[in-house]
Write a new protein. Structure first.
Length: 209
Protein backbone atom coordinates (compact mmCIF):
# COMPACT_ATOMS: atom_id res chain seq x y z
CA UNK A 1 0.00 0.00 0.00
CA UNK A 2 1.33 3.45 -0.93
CA UNK A 3 2.63 5.58 1.90
CA UNK A 4 0.74 8.72 0.93
CA UNK A 5 0.74 11.94 2.96
CA UNK A 6 -2.45 12.38 4.93
CA UNK A 7 -3.39 15.58 3.09
CA UNK A 8 -3.25 13.64 -0.19
CA UNK A 9 -5.53 10.95 1.22
CA UNK A 10 -7.94 13.61 2.49
CA UNK A 11 -7.98 15.23 -0.96
CA UNK A 12 -8.75 11.87 -2.60
CA UNK A 13 -11.62 11.21 -0.20
CA UNK A 14 -12.99 14.69 -0.94
CA UNK A 15 -12.69 14.12 -4.69
CA UNK A 16 -14.66 10.87 -4.54
CA UNK A 17 -17.36 12.50 -2.43
CA UNK A 18 -17.54 15.42 -4.83
CA UNK A 19 -18.43 12.93 -7.56
CA UNK A 20 -21.08 11.49 -5.25
CA UNK A 21 -22.57 14.96 -4.78
CA UNK A 22 -22.74 15.54 -8.55
CA UNK A 23 -24.53 12.22 -9.05
CA UNK A 24 -26.86 12.91 -6.11
CA UNK A 25 -27.92 16.13 -7.82
CA UNK A 26 -28.79 14.07 -10.90
CA UNK A 27 -31.05 12.03 -8.64
CA UNK A 28 -32.90 15.22 -7.73
CA UNK A 29 -33.62 15.76 -11.41
CA UNK A 30 -34.80 12.16 -11.74
CA UNK A 31 -37.18 12.68 -8.81
CA UNK A 32 -38.51 15.86 -10.40
CA UNK A 33 -39.09 14.08 -13.71
CA UNK A 34 -40.79 11.23 -11.87
CA UNK A 35 -43.26 13.61 -10.23
CA UNK A 36 -44.09 15.27 -13.53
CA UNK A 37 -44.61 11.92 -15.26
CA UNK A 38 -46.67 10.54 -12.38
CA UNK A 39 -48.87 13.62 -12.57
CA UNK A 40 -49.55 12.98 -16.25
CA UNK A 41 -50.20 9.30 -15.58
CA UNK A 42 -52.90 10.25 -13.09
CA UNK A 43 -54.38 7.93 -10.49
CA UNK A 44 -52.72 4.85 -12.00
CA UNK A 45 -49.35 6.21 -10.81
CA UNK A 46 -50.56 7.79 -7.57
CA UNK A 47 -48.24 5.56 -5.54
CA UNK A 48 -45.26 6.76 -7.54
CA UNK A 49 -45.33 10.33 -6.23
CA UNK A 50 -44.79 9.72 -2.49
CA UNK A 51 -41.89 7.38 -3.27
CA UNK A 52 -40.13 10.25 -5.03
CA UNK A 53 -40.12 12.03 -1.67
CA UNK A 54 -37.89 9.21 -0.43
CA UNK A 55 -35.47 10.01 -3.25
CA UNK A 56 -35.36 13.63 -2.07
CA UNK A 57 -34.65 12.44 1.47
CA UNK A 58 -31.86 10.17 0.23
CA UNK A 59 -30.28 13.00 -1.75
CA UNK A 60 -30.52 15.33 1.24
CA UNK A 61 -28.80 12.77 3.48
CA UNK A 62 -26.09 12.21 0.87
CA UNK A 63 -25.40 15.92 0.40
CA UNK A 64 -25.34 16.64 4.14
CA UNK A 65 -23.13 13.64 4.91
CA UNK A 66 -20.74 14.50 2.07
CA UNK A 67 -20.41 18.06 3.36
CA UNK A 68 -19.74 16.86 6.91
CA UNK A 69 -17.21 14.27 5.75
CA UNK A 70 -15.35 16.79 3.60
CA UNK A 71 -15.04 19.14 6.57
CA UNK A 72 -13.87 16.22 8.69
CA UNK A 73 -11.25 15.27 6.10
CA UNK A 74 -9.95 18.85 6.06
CA UNK A 75 -9.75 18.83 9.85
CA UNK A 76 -7.80 15.56 9.83
CA UNK A 77 -5.38 16.98 7.27
CA UNK A 78 -4.78 20.00 9.51
CA UNK A 79 -4.25 17.78 12.55
CA UNK A 80 -1.81 15.61 10.63
CA UNK A 81 0.23 18.65 9.60
CA UNK A 82 0.29 20.01 13.15
CA UNK A 83 1.21 16.58 14.51
CA UNK A 84 4.08 16.26 12.05
CA UNK A 85 5.45 19.63 13.16
CA UNK A 86 5.11 18.71 16.84
CA UNK A 87 6.88 15.42 16.19
CA UNK A 88 9.71 17.20 14.39
CA UNK A 89 10.10 19.57 17.35
CA UNK A 90 10.19 16.59 19.73
CA UNK A 91 12.91 14.95 17.67
CA UNK A 92 14.98 18.13 17.79
CA UNK A 93 14.64 18.23 21.57
CA UNK A 94 15.64 14.58 21.81
CA UNK A 95 18.70 15.19 19.65
CA UNK A 96 19.73 18.10 21.87
CA UNK A 97 19.34 15.95 24.99
CA UNK A 98 21.47 13.22 23.43
CA UNK A 99 24.17 15.41 21.93
CA UNK A 100 24.45 17.83 24.85
CA UNK A 101 23.68 15.50 27.73
CA UNK A 102 26.52 16.98 29.82
CA UNK A 103 25.56 20.59 29.16
CA UNK A 104 25.26 22.65 32.34
CA UNK A 105 21.87 24.22 31.68
CA UNK A 106 20.32 21.42 29.67
CA UNK A 107 17.47 20.92 32.12
CA UNK A 108 16.28 24.47 31.52
CA UNK A 109 14.66 22.97 28.42
CA UNK A 110 12.62 20.46 30.43
CA UNK A 111 9.49 22.59 30.78
CA UNK A 112 9.28 23.41 27.07
CA UNK A 113 10.12 19.80 26.21
CA UNK A 114 7.30 18.56 28.42
CA UNK A 115 4.86 21.04 26.88
CA UNK A 116 5.84 19.82 23.43
CA UNK A 117 5.29 16.20 24.48
CA UNK A 118 1.82 17.05 25.79
CA UNK A 119 0.95 18.92 22.58
CA UNK A 120 2.10 15.99 20.46
CA UNK A 121 0.06 13.54 22.54
CA UNK A 122 -3.02 15.78 22.36
CA UNK A 123 -2.75 16.14 18.58
CA UNK A 124 -2.26 12.40 18.17
CA UNK A 125 -5.35 11.59 20.22
CA UNK A 126 -7.40 14.15 18.29
CA UNK A 127 -6.17 12.80 14.97
CA UNK A 128 -7.03 9.24 15.92
CA UNK A 129 -10.48 10.20 17.19
CA UNK A 130 -11.33 12.31 14.13
CA UNK A 131 -10.08 9.65 11.72
CA UNK A 132 -12.15 6.97 13.43
CA UNK A 133 -15.21 9.23 13.25
CA UNK A 134 -14.60 9.88 9.55
CA UNK A 135 -14.55 6.16 8.85
CA UNK A 136 -17.84 5.72 10.71
CA UNK A 137 -19.44 8.56 8.72
CA UNK A 138 -18.33 7.03 5.43
CA UNK A 139 -19.63 3.61 6.44
CA UNK A 140 -22.96 5.06 7.55
CA UNK A 141 -23.36 6.92 4.26
CA UNK A 142 -22.58 3.75 2.32
CA UNK A 143 -25.12 1.78 4.34
CA UNK A 144 -27.80 4.46 3.92
CA UNK A 145 -27.42 4.33 0.15
CA UNK A 146 -28.71 0.75 0.20
CA UNK A 147 -32.13 2.28 0.72
CA UNK A 148 -31.98 3.39 -2.91
CA UNK A 149 -32.27 -0.21 -4.07
CA UNK A 150 -35.47 -0.59 -2.03
CA UNK A 151 -36.79 2.66 -3.50
CA UNK A 152 -36.00 1.38 -7.00
CA UNK A 153 -37.91 -1.86 -6.37
CA UNK A 154 -40.90 0.07 -5.03
CA UNK A 155 -40.83 2.32 -8.10
CA UNK A 156 -40.72 -0.73 -10.38
CA UNK A 157 -43.76 -2.22 -8.66
CA UNK A 158 -45.67 1.05 -8.99
CA UNK A 159 -44.60 1.40 -12.64
CA UNK A 160 -46.02 -2.03 -13.45
CA UNK A 161 -49.40 -0.95 -12.10
CA UNK A 162 -49.55 2.35 -13.98
CA UNK A 163 -51.29 3.08 -17.25
CA UNK A 164 -49.57 1.11 -20.03
CA UNK A 165 -48.76 4.34 -21.85
CA UNK A 166 -46.46 5.38 -19.00
CA UNK A 167 -45.10 2.06 -17.76
CA UNK A 168 -41.92 2.11 -19.86
CA UNK A 169 -41.00 5.65 -18.84
CA UNK A 170 -41.75 5.01 -15.18
CA UNK A 171 -39.70 1.82 -15.26
CA UNK A 172 -36.86 3.78 -16.84
CA UNK A 173 -36.96 6.17 -13.90
CA UNK A 174 -36.83 3.25 -11.45
CA UNK A 175 -33.79 1.89 -13.30
CA UNK A 176 -32.11 5.31 -13.26
CA UNK A 177 -32.54 5.55 -9.50
CA UNK A 178 -30.88 2.15 -9.02
CA UNK A 179 -28.01 2.95 -11.40
CA UNK A 180 -27.27 6.39 -9.99
CA UNK A 181 -27.37 5.07 -6.42
CA UNK A 182 -24.89 2.34 -7.37
CA UNK A 183 -22.59 4.98 -8.84
CA UNK A 184 -22.73 6.98 -5.62
CA UNK A 185 -22.05 3.85 -3.58
CA UNK A 186 -19.05 3.07 -5.78
CA UNK A 187 -17.51 6.48 -5.06
CA UNK A 188 -18.20 6.15 -1.34
CA UNK A 189 -16.62 2.68 -1.38
CA UNK A 190 -13.52 4.13 -3.04
CA UNK A 191 -13.42 6.68 -0.23
CA UNK A 192 -13.59 3.84 2.30
CA UNK A 193 -10.77 2.00 0.55
CA UNK A 194 -8.70 5.16 0.45
CA UNK A 195 -9.42 5.55 4.12
CA UNK A 196 -7.60 2.27 4.79
CA UNK A 197 -4.47 4.40 4.45
CA UNK A 198 -5.75 6.52 7.32
CA UNK A 199 -6.36 3.36 9.31
CA UNK A 200 -2.77 2.29 8.78
CA UNK A 201 -1.55 5.62 10.11
CA UNK A 202 -4.00 5.45 13.00
CA UNK A 203 -2.64 2.10 14.10
CA UNK A 204 0.86 3.54 14.26
CA UNK A 205 -0.38 6.57 16.19
CA UNK A 206 -2.41 4.52 18.65
CA UNK A 207 0.65 2.53 19.57
CA UNK A 208 2.82 5.58 20.22
CA UNK A 209 0.53 7.58 22.50
Amino acid sequence: MDNKPVFVIAAEVAAELNQSVLIAKKLLLVASNARALALRAGESAAGFRPITDSIDDLVRVTLEASHTINLKAQRISQLATARTRARAALERFENVYIQAHNARHLHSLDVVHHQNQEEYSKLSHSFYSEAQNLHELLQTLYDNLRIAQIISIMLSVEASQADERYQAQLQSIANNVAELAKEIQAHVMLSLKTFSLFAQVNYAIKNTI
